[in-house]
Design a binder for this molecule. Structure first.
Ligand SMILES: [Ca+2]
Length: 197
């Protein structure tokens, strides 16, 4: 056999050896690819859920901190007397320049608006002044559009001594996927306003 003929035969053998994928090889390849895609989908789902929880935790912390800062500010600015910083039903308004109803008890919806009293976390938060923009008129109404959905908040004030109050703020968050959680912040408030006038 000449060299040329040998080469042609070799090429033919080589061609016959590379006839592409068999059916079994293709099925195995699809199977492996499917496992890979399922894994990727699971990772994406986890990433999305984790992202949602992370956002809720961040927002929950901000709601806790802003409530505590608001209470400190009410004391520091002397907008409320120290003795008035209490939950609903426990406020002593005797000799105080501004009457205050107190912070709502139990878990309440978080409002985007502080309401007529200008203080967040009280019973008037969801009251809308209506078209006239004035509170206390006939067109006032409870406005569900003011609710910051996905969160509820509880403010609990305890007097540890005549000059120390424990302020505990709890925020519960609710995700679309049914996951929920709770964040608690505590501050101890003394009767010394830090802003001097
Ligand atoms: Ca209010």
């Amino acid at each position: 056999m000449s060299n040329k003929k040998k080469q042609v035969k070799k090429m033919q053998v080589s061609k016959n050896g590379e006839q592409g994928f068999t059916m079994i090889e293709a099925v195995i390849a699809i199977f492996i690819l499917t496992i890979g895609l399922v894994g990727t989908a699971a990772a994406l789902t986890f990433a999305l859920e984790f992202g949602a929880i992370s956002k809720n935790v961040t927002n929950g912390k901000l709601i806790v901190v802003s409530m505590i800062e608001e209470i400190e500010s009410l004391r520091n600015s002397r907008r409320l007397d120290y003795k008035q910083i209490e939950n609903f039903g426990k406020v002593d308004n005797t000799n105080s320049p501004n009457a205050f109803t107190g912070f709502s008890t139990g878990f309440r919806e978080v409002s985007l608006n502080p309401g007529e009293d200008g203080v967040s976390g009280t019973n008037d938060d969801l009251i809308d002044p209506g078209a006239d923009g004035k509170y206390g008129t006939l067109d006032d109404f409870s406005n569900p559009a003011l609710v910051r959905s996905g969160y509820t908040r509880q403010v609990s004030i305890t007097n540890l001594s005549p000059t120390i109050k424990k302020v505990e703020v709890k925020v519960r968050y609710f995700s679309v996927g049914g996951k929920s959680g709770e964040i608690t912040g505590v501050c101890y408030l003394n009767d010394e306003a830090r802003i001097t006038r």
